[in-house]
Structures are given as C-alpha cells and as structure tokens.
Design a binder for this molecule. Structure first.
Ligand code: SRM
Ligand code: SF4
Length: 571
C-alpha cells in the first residue's frame, strides 16, 4: 500500500480544498441562498451543492441573447432526487409530477441511473422544492457529488422470486453509504435552525473530505443487465439457485467518462474479483469505498475515479488490499449469464393476478405535448394505482404490480392520452435508444442529444425498415459530450458529441453490456452518420448469423476490432 500512496500526487485539487473548508458540506450555502442580487451561488458553493443533489445550470439557448442584453446568464438548478433501486410509490410520483409544474420546467426527467431530475428550479424555490419531496420520503442528498450515488438495481419484478431481496439490498447499500452530515437537514429542511438539530460532524466511512470523485454501485439479477453493472465502480451480480439468493459476484473498476484529446482517460468495464454471500455485501461495498477514499487521486479529478486507482495500483494489489481490509479472501466467482441489457416493453404478468406494464419514455422525458400527454396520463394513473412506479436504468418506466381490476383502466387512460404503446409503432432501434440530457441545460454539452436523437431516428428508421430490421434490437446511444451519461461506449452504435451537429461514431459493443465499443469515424454530421451506417446495416441484414447482434457482427466481420479492456479502448 505504501507504494500506491507514494505514486499518488500529493497536491490537492481546488474541489478538495472546498470540501476541507466546507464543515461537512455546509460551506456558505445558506448565505448564497439568501443573496437576492444574483440567481447564482457563491463559486465554492456550486461544488458543495452537488452533494445535496443539485447543479447550478444556465439556459444555454438564451446565452447570447442574455449577453446582448447585458444580463447575467439565466441561472437555474437541476435537482436529482434519489430512488434507490428505482422503486417509487404512487404518492411519490404525484409529488414529483406536481413539483415539476410548480417549480420546474413542467417536465420530469427519468435518468439513466433511475432517479428523477427536475430542471429549471430557481434559486429562491430550491428549499421549498426539497421540502415538498421530503414529505414523501424522497431526498436528494448524494444525488451528485463525491460520494456514493443512487444505487441501481434491475427492474424485473415479474421475473424472479428473489428480485425483491435484491431491491432491498440496493436500498440497504444506499442507506449505509449515505453521508451522515446533518448539513442537508439543517439547510433545506429546518430552515438552518441549528439549535433544533443535533449536528453530526462525523463521517465514519467517508471522512471530512469525502471521496476523491463520484462513486457508483449497481446490482443485476441475470439474465438481465439493464442496470449495466459493468459501467459502475462496483457491480454486483446476483447468484440464485433454486429460487434462493446465494450471494453476489463482485465486479470493480467500471466507469465510462473520458476527455477528448487525453488518452490517459478512457472508459473501462468492471473486473469480476470474486463471490460474496448476501450478508457480507454491505461490508464489501464499504471496504471498497474506503480503499478508493484512501488511494484515489485527489490532485487531478480527470484521473480520480476508482478505475484509474485500480489500473494505477494493478488489480491484484487492489484485491489484496480488499482481502486485508475484510480480514478474509473473497470466494471464487460463480457462473452466470446475461442475455440483454434492454427493457422488455409491454404487458407482462397474469391477467388474473398482478401485472406490469413497461412503458417507453422517449429520452426519459415525461411531458405533455399535442397528441401525446404522457405526463397527464401518469398523473391520473397515480391517483388510483396501488402498485409502484419503477424507473429503469434505460430511462423508461414500469407500472408494476397493477391490480387486475385496474389493468383495463390504465390501458384506456394511456390510449386516451396518446401514450399507449402500440404494436409495431416503434422500431426496436427507437425503443432501445438512449440519449443524455445535453442542451439546453448541460454545461458540458458540445452537441445536442435528447432533443436531436428522435429526428435522427426518423431517418435511421427508414434504413432499418428498408432492410427488414424493424424488430432487430440494436443498441444506439447518443451523448452530447464524452462524459458518457447515456453509456454510449456500451452502445452497439455509440454517437458522442464533438461539436455542434458533429459526432464521433463508435461501434462494436455487445448487447449485454459486457464489451465496450471502439472509435470508427470522427466528426460526422447527420449525412455522414447515415452514409456510414446505411451500408453496415444493409450488410448486417444480409449476412448476420442466427441470433447475432449488430455489435458482434461488426466485430466478426472486421469493421472494428473488439475492445478487450479499457486500456485498449483508444488503440
Ligand atoms: Fe452524468 C456529469 C447528466 C448518468 C458520467 N451528468 C453530468 C452533468 C451533471 C453535467 C455537469 O457536470 O455539469 C449532467 C447534468 C445534465 C442535466 O442538465 O441534467 C449529467 N448523467 C446525467 C444524466 C441525467 C443523463 C441522462 O440523460 O439520464 C444521468 C443521471 C444519473 C443519475 O440519476 O445519477 C447521468 N453520467 C451518467 C452515467 C451513466 C451511469 O451512471 O450509469 C455516466 C457514465 C458512467 C460513469 O460514471 O462513468 C455519467 N456525468 C458523467 C461524467 C463523467 C464522469 C467521469 O468519470 O469522467 C460527468 C462529468 C463529471 O463528473 O465531471 C457527468
Ligand atoms: Fe452533459 Fe455530456 Fe452528460 Fe450528456 S454526456 S448529460 S452532454 S455531461
């Protein structure tokens, strides 16, 4: 371990200094909120508020007009509300729906990590918004920031008896790794009445500087990998035998973000390092977090995720340290098999018993527009639905555990509002596509994603249909920058924004989230994307082998080389 620490740079990044001075995430957020002269926070507080689940943003569409009028940018806040395991109740849905109208931009964003995002909340409305969702046992602490984020879990309530146990574990991990500071309660819920709360100034797991960087955990129950566990710092694969949950294979070191022009940054999939019985999962997660806390790079945030810590130390050294901290070795990993990382749309379950409806939500954006009133339909459904609203890691929604007597009513409401899934209406390409938020709220975006993907898909659908591929599930994922929020490097087709209207094209990931793709072409505009993909899709239609996915096809036919590990992503 001494060698590892010696090789880590000693200087601290600016954000580390902000955390140190913050008194366990308090900083001057209260003063920032009280300042009515600006819609923004004090600069240091913009880092700290992320730990409270919010980002200061600007409306980028209005940037030049505001500048011309000599006005400050139109500041507003995104709030990310955690939903561990993706399971929300009808009252929680109702509250988020109402909040989007009262304080947000009237839309709810279902994210790729199974959280709700509100966009466009003004600074003066932040405390009220947080108080309103707190009343239904939702919170945003650790929605963002250098801590463990929303714990994901796959969403197949109908598939297996042990699914409930896996969700419960996701919720327990989330609770165990939630920061202990009372700053969140003081600032947002108690109106900063410090004397009424017992301030906790101790973080037994994180320490006062928290983690060097964000940290992500996901669980999956094979054969479904819809939580894309290999792109997480820790991935847990449930191992089940004869209806009994035995434990989990543990994978470490996944993460997708990279920076153009910095080849030392790269997407990496997690490595499986062993098996752990269910009762020991919390301890294993905690020990991995503490290794990253102690070994992670706190000087350069571009190289501070666990994936770089592991590649710097070497996987064997990391595993040896974990064994030492646990006081025992992990058992060998057990066999498992993933079939798919997508959602299975439509109705499932027994018409006489509880049933489930997996609804496609384009770009994860719940809204009303002429002819398609998904938000209104779900609001009406939430007034009587007794089951859950489950958010999937693919930005979709499951109305789960629907009572038999509600099934027809739910279908009718969706139909009346133009939001019912119709057989054959959407190609599999469109149903499975993901796009990150990008413009107009994301400060990192070089190009459009969520707002543009539907138009690109209109054109790609023509190609897909011409070649008889309407039901071929090809994973297409688009982001506005290389950070990877829609997991584009796990797309059989990945499109990553480089500049306005220009994308890098990546090919060759597989359909189960177990292989990264590879750069194929750079800086393509729409014509370029269509020009490159059309012959490849035609060849796939004509020459694919039985059950062969598009990603496997382009690798087998030599269009791109398979990426075997993160370190060879750029070669
Ligand atoms: Fe992300 C930063 C949106 C999932 C990798 N992500 C951002 C920010 C906060 C932009 C910023 O830093 O200013 C985006 C806010 C945009 C907005 O207006 O809402 C943003 N990320 C999203 C969401 C909403 C995308 C979506 O359309 O669903 C997802 C919210 C997840 C959640 O609910 O917690 C989202 N982000 C992801 C994922 C996918 C995942 O976790 O499964 C990744 C890739 C996996 C990973 O972490 O490696 C991801 N986001 C990033 C990164 C790159 C991290 C890195 O290691 O380099 C950044 C930038 C950063 O952290 O500096 C980022
Ligand atoms: Fe923003 Fe980039 Fe994430 Fe898209 S991938 S939401 S553009 S940070």
């Amino acid at each position: 371990m001494a060698d590892i620490l010696a090789s880590a740079p000693a200087a601290h990044s600016e954000v580390e200094h902000v955390k140190i001075a913050s008194r366990y995430l308090r900083g001057t957020i209260v003063e920032s909120l009280a300042n009515r002269l600006t819609g923004a926070l004090n600069p240091d507080d913009t880092h700290l508020i992320k730990f409270h689940g919010s980002y200061q943003q600007t409306d980028r569409d209005l940037e030049s007009e505001r500048k011309r009028q000599k006005l400050e940018p139109l500041f507003s806040f995104m709030i990310r509300v955690r939903v561990p395991g993706g399971v929300a109740s009808a009252p929680q849905w109702q509250r988020m729906d109402a909040l989007a109208d009262a304080y947000g931009n009237s839309t709810l964003k279902l994210t790729t990590r199974q959280t709700f995002q509100l966009h466009g909340v003004l600074k003066r409305n932040l405390p009220a918004a947080i108080q309103v969702f707190n009343e239904v046992q939702l919170d945003s602490i650790a929605g963002c920031g250098d801590v463990n984020r929303n714990v994901m879990c796959n969403t197949n309530p109908h598939e297996s008896a042990v699914h409930g146990e896996v969700v419960a574990l996701a919720q327990a991990i989330s609770a165990h790794l939630t920061p202990r500071t009372t700053a969140y309660r003081e600032i947002w819920l108690d109106g900063n009445l410090l004397e009424t709360t017992e301030a906790v100034d101790d973080e037994p797991i994180y320490g006062h500087t928290y983690l060097p960087r964000k940290f992500k955990i996901a669980l999956a129950l094979p054969p479904y990998n819809d939580s894309d566990i290999f792109s997480n710092d820790v991935g847990l694969i449930a191992i089940e035998q004869n209806g009994q949950l035995l434990g989990f294979n543990v994978a470490v070191g996944g993460g997708l973000g990279m920076t153009f022009g910095l080849p030392e940054t790269y997407p990496r999939l997690a490595d499986i390092i062993g098996f752990v019985p269910t009762a020991e999962v919390l301890d294993v997660c905690e020990k991995i977090v503490t290794i990253q806390r102690d070994w992670g790079n706190r000087a350069n945030r571009k190289l501070s995720r666990l994936k770089y810590t592991i590649d710097r130390a070497g996987l064997p050294a990391f595993v040896a340290e974990l064994h030492q901290r646990l006081g025992h070795e992990l058992a060998p990993a057990r066999p498992y098999r993933f079939h798919s990382s997508s959602d299975a749309f439509g109705w499932t379950g027994d018409p006489a018993g509880p049933s489930h409806l997996v609804l496609f939500v384009e770009g994860g954006r719940v809204l009303d527009r002429p002819g398609y009133r998904l938000k209104s339909a779900l609001r009406e459904i939430s007034s009587f639905h007794t089951g859950e609203f489950r958010l999937t890691g693919n930005q979709n929604l499951i109305l789960a555990n629907i009572e038999p007597s509600h099934r027809a009513r739910i279908q009718a409401i969706l139909e009346e509002n133009g939001a019912a899934p119709k057989a054959g209406q959407l190609t599999a390409l469109r149903r499975e596509a993901l796009a990150c938020v990008a413009l107009n709220t994301c400060s990192q975006a070089f190009a459009e994603a969520e707002r543009y993907l539907p138009q690109l898909l209109d054109k790609l659908d023509t190609v897909i249909q011409a070649h008889g591929l309407a039901e071929a599930g090809i994973l297409l994922r688009m982001t506005g920058c290389p950070n990877g929020c829609a997991r584009p490097y796990l797309g059989e087709i990945g499109l990553v924004g480089r500049a306005p209207g220009r994308y890098n094209l990546y090919l060759g990931a597989n359909h189960t989230g177990e292989r990264l793709n590879k750069l194929y072409r750079e800086m393509l505009d729409e014509d370029g994307i269509l020009r490159e993909l059309t012959p490849l899709l035609a060849a796939y239609a004509a020459e694919r082998q039985s059950q062969e996915g598009f990603g496997d096809f382009v690798v087998r036919t030599g269009v791109v080389q398979a990426t075997v590990q993160g370190l060879d992503f750029h070669t």
